[in-house]
Design a protein around this ligand. Structure first.
Ligand code: ZN
Length: 373
């Protein structure tokens, strides 16, 4: 881990991210691209932003007339999705909050979600995955040595959301994703396409596991929901001047929300995966991406980000030890199993059947028929 990689002079991305290019001043393409996007995305004028949000809320309300809900907000218990739900309610929308429980929720996340929906008076739909099947699928991903073990959760969450949108005739799925804190494009060696159902099934098959009850969605499913039902996935926080710390303060003050030390730490698995497995096995520290996005949107100084990165993702060794023990017990692994997994080289997702060619084809068609998108 002492190996040194060239780091950008403006953000904290380094050469471990795929396709990193530095310009003559030492700035990387990841942050220059994000800065260019930000300049076109966020109108500086608060009045313009406000009008744009009001018009969009009106569109959602009109589309939802006569229906039980007018939008879906997927909630993880994290700050971004919690704030998206809060914002929807603030503007008089009638959201259905949707959560997927994959057995790895932290107690704090469960408390945050329960508290949030109760105080906001929102209906919550929780999809609980069948744990034994989910564990077998996670095991298949570990045995395959592919990087994106979270593909299972993210794909199932999308499938559940799109399925509910169809059931209730809801057109808008409001997400906590946003350009200002997440607008840096995820480098291609950090994860995999979240709509790659074929890849999930192939990796599972490689371990003799069948997907029986876990909801999944592929590229064609996405096209079907988008074109036939007109369902749209919206990064809702792009409609406001989203400042993460300010919004967490509002959630804490008004809803008794309890924050986490880092992004995505609401799930014990995500915490362990991002804080330990990703850096140890794949040399990927996702904090670089998250912190760089905050630097680009002016919400953190580069010096502060450097300070955070100087510490392990697990500042407290006791907490790391507790998470290792929890992980081993839950996955039914020995310490040797974990050591063997970490020592094996990564295998690309593309070694397994994939919808990547289909997705590329779809993007080409979209560009051809919807120029300018
Ligand atoms: Zn940079």
């Amino acid at each position: 881990m002492s190996e040194h990689f060239r780091e950008c002079t403006s953000c904290v991305m380094d050469a471990r991210a795929a396709d990193t290019v530095f310009d003559s001043t030492g700035q990387c393409n990841h942050c220059s691209t994000m800065l260019a996007t930000l300049s076109t995305y966020q109108p500086v004028d608060a009045g313009v932003l406000h009008l744009r949000l009001a018009a969009f809320v009106n569109t959602i309300r009109t589309a939802g007339r006569g229906k039980r809900y007018d939008c879906i907000v997927g909630v993880s218990g994290g700050a971004d999705s919690s704030y998206a739900l809060y914002l929807a309610k603030q503007h008089g929308l009638r959201p259905l909050a949707v959560h997927m429980d994959n057995g790895w929720n932290s107690e704090l996340a469960v408390n945050n979600i329960e508290n949030l929906v109760r105080k906001l008076g929102v209906d919550l739909y929780t999809h609980v995955v069948e744990w034994r099947e989910y564990r077998a699928l996670q095991q298949a991903f570990f045995d395959a040595d592919v990087i994106d073990v979270e593909l299972l959760y993210d794909n199932a969450m999308l499938a559940v959301n799109y399925g509910l949108a169809k059931r209730y005739g809801i057109k808008y799925m409001l997400s906590g994703s946003n350009t200002s804190t997440e607008g840096m494009r995820v480098p291609s060696n950090f994860n995999w396409n979240k709509f790659d159902r074929k890849n999930i099934l192939a990796i599972a098959r490689g371990d003799g596991v069948r997907v029986r009850s876990l909801p999944t969605i592929g590229v064609l499913g996405l096209v079907y929901h988008r074109l036939v039902h007109g369902t749209q996935w919206i990064p809702f926080l792009d409609y406001i001047d989203y400042n993460k710390q300010r919004c967490i303060d509002v959630l804490v003050r008004e809803l008794g929300y309890r924050p986490y030390p880092y992004k995505h730490y609401e799930s014990i698995f995500t915490r362990f995966y991002q804080g330990y497995l990703l850096p140890q096995k794949f040399g990927v520290d996702k904090r670089r991406l998250h912190l760089s996005a905050l630097i680009c949107s002016g919400q953190m100084s580069r010096a502060k980000a450097g300070e955070l990165l100087a510490h392990s993702p697990y500042p407290d060794p006791d907490e790391l030890q507790a998470d290792i023990e929890y992980f081993l017990k839950k996955m039914n692994w020995s310490e040797q199993d974990l050591a063997d997994y970490l020592a094996r080289p990564e295998r690309p997702h593309a070694d397994f059947a994939s919808e990547a060619p289909l997705f590329a084809q779809m993007l080409r068609a979209q560009k051809r028929f919807l120029p300018g998108r």
